[in-house]
Design a protein around this ligand. Structure first.
Ligand SMILES: Cc1cc2nc3c(=O)[nH]c(=O)nc-3n(C[C@H](O)[C@H](O)[C@H](O)COP(=O)(O)OP(=O)(O)OC[C@H]3O[C@@H](n4cnc5c(N)ncnc54)[C@H](O)[C@@H]3O)c2cc1C
Length: 447
């Protein structure tokens, strides 16, 4: 076994105190047994870790918020995990309207810190996700129609490359790396130490809603939602979640950058569908709305179940047959938290050209993902097979896949995650990591 000489920061080898906690990720399905964790306290520790790993020929993974959804992305058996989660500095440059954010920050604490200073930045549906990973793949969420993806708001970054060198990227310097980092997916080019985000002035108030229905009204509700949500006022982000029949929850939630009166009007089609069991519409301060949508949770966070996800974009409304496939999955999926999740596209998300940043999927009506969950190892195979069968059946009705919700069953992953941007991403990879030091399942190969 290689000695620890040369490693700096908080170093935990297999068998040492803290190892068991260190190897736990949000999704127990992706946990494995790395050789060593380095919790970097500063950039210097990352540089040392990369040089150490290359000297001893140890496979490398980067980690920020531990929310990777498939295996061997931020943890690898026998490898080194360079974890930036102790690097949490945030500095707001008020006059410039930007924030420098170290990559160990998590989405919830970050957007709440910014909101308390009067700024708005995009966020997803969970407070515990790390900015390190979510930013690189895009970062979808309820504000994507008003201010774009998290990656659309990324204007600069600092990275340590495969030779341990510090690289800075923005619109002037290494702009190809910035382009690739806006949707190209984490782990490919180097380990990012900080991001620079463009900020938006937060409105004083925002309005949220939640509507729930009896589960067996899912077809009716889904059909209304998919017709209504993609073209509704762009200040309104809307999620529809349909859980397994065993769970029974069918709900839509959303965030509107406007008044309760306006939102009540916009929600009319949804409220008059089926027989809602709960309708909640409330205006909060902007920070209050964020707190309502993503209440604080312990970090790093851990799911009770193992989970397998897959994802797509819907270029057209889904026909009856696709809805039947979805219902079938939800009927037979044994897990309580198995579900289908939909998020409306349009607005600022669809404004850029697909090649303007590495994030390609700019023409969809909505995003969809589904996951199966299980506790016992005996249930794993059946759930993995169920997710895969559903993916194959849905293929005629959808396109692509979201690199932040990856699925290693996808063979042609380059086209699925990046469309025609894959070729340029390979070229950028060749510039910053020509020897493919940073490789993992479905990573971008150098051109
Ligand atoms: C509960 C939950 C909710 C989610 N909700 C959303 C959502 O609403 N919107 C959305 O867009 N996505 C969502 N996701 C998906 C999420 O964006 C991805 O899982 C993302 O990769 C997680 O980033 P992380 O830093 O937490 O994970 P990690 O496991 O730490 O890393 C994930 C990937 O990013 C890479 N990476 C991490 N840090 C760095 C770094 N500093 N430099 C370079 N690469 C790095 C890793 O190598 C790995 O490939 C959700 C995931 C979960 C589990």
């Amino acid at each position: 076994m290689p000695s620890r000489t040369g490693l700096t920061g908080k170093v935990i080898f297999q068998g040492e105190p803290g190892y068991e906690e260190a190897r736990k990720n949000w999704n127990p399905y992706v946990d494995t047994f790395p050789l060593v964790f380095v919790f970097a306290q500063r950039t210097y520790d990352i540089q040392n870790a990369i040089l150490w790993a290359r000297k001893h020929d140890v496979p490398i993974r980067f980690r920020s918020g531990r929310h990777a959804l498939d295996k061997s992305l931020s943890e690898v058996k026998g490898g080194i995990v360079i974890d930036v989660s102790d690097m949490k500095r945030i500095k707001v440059y008020d006059k410039k309207g930007i924030a420098l954010v170290e990559t160990g920050n998590n989405v919830g604490p970050l957007v709440k810190t910014l909101a308390s200073q009067g700024f708005m930045a995009p966020f997803g549906d969970s407070p515990t996700v790390g900015v390190g990973g979510i930013t690189m793949g895009g970062g979808i969420g309820l504000l994507q129609r008003s201010i774009g993806l998290i990656s659309d708001n990324l204007v600069g970054l600092q990275m340590v490359d495969a030779n341990g060198r510090i690289v800075t990227a923005d619109h002037q310097r290494n702009s190809d790396l910035l382009w690739a980092s806006r949707g190209g997916g984490g782990g490919n080019f180097g380990i990012n130490t900080h991001y620079v985000y463009k900020l938006h002035r937060a409105p004083k108030e925002a309005t949220v809603y939640k509507i729930t229905w009896p589960w067996n009204q899912l077809e009716e509700v889904f059909k209304t939602w998919q017709k209504w949500a993609p073209d509704v006022d762009r200040r309104l982000g809307s999620i529809l979640e349909i859980f397994s029949r065993r769970n029974g929850l069918l709900q839509s939630t959303g965030l509107f950058l406007g008044s309760k009166r306006e939102l009540e009007q916009l929600l009319k089609p949804l409220k008059s569908t089926g027989t809602p069991t709960e309708i909640f519409v409330k205006t909060f301060t902007y920070l209050g709305a964020v707190n309502y949508l993503i209440p604080s949770q312990p970090i790093p966070g851990r799911s009770d179940d193992n989970k397998k996800f897959s994802s797509n974009w819907a270029p057209h409304l889904l026909p009856e047959e696709a809805i039947r496939i979805m219902r079938r999955f939800l009927e037979v999926s044994p897990g309580m938290s198995s579900n289908f999740f939909f998020l409306n596209s349009g607005g600022a998300l669809n404004q850029p050209q697909p090649n303007e940043t590495a994030f390609y999927w700019r023409n969809s009506k909505f995003y969809l993902e589904w996951n199966a969950s299980w506790n016992s190892p005996f249930e794993e195979q059946i759930n993995l097979a169920l997710v895969e069968k559903t993916r194959k059946r849905l293929l005629p009705f959808v396109e692509g896949s979201y690199v932040n919700v990856p699925d290693q069953n996808i063979k042609d992953f380059g086209a699925a995650y990046y469309g025609t941007n894959f070729e340029r991403l390979k070229q950028v990879k060749a510039m910053y990591d020509p020897n493919n030091v940073f490789h993992f399942p479905q990573s971008i190969p150098p051109a």
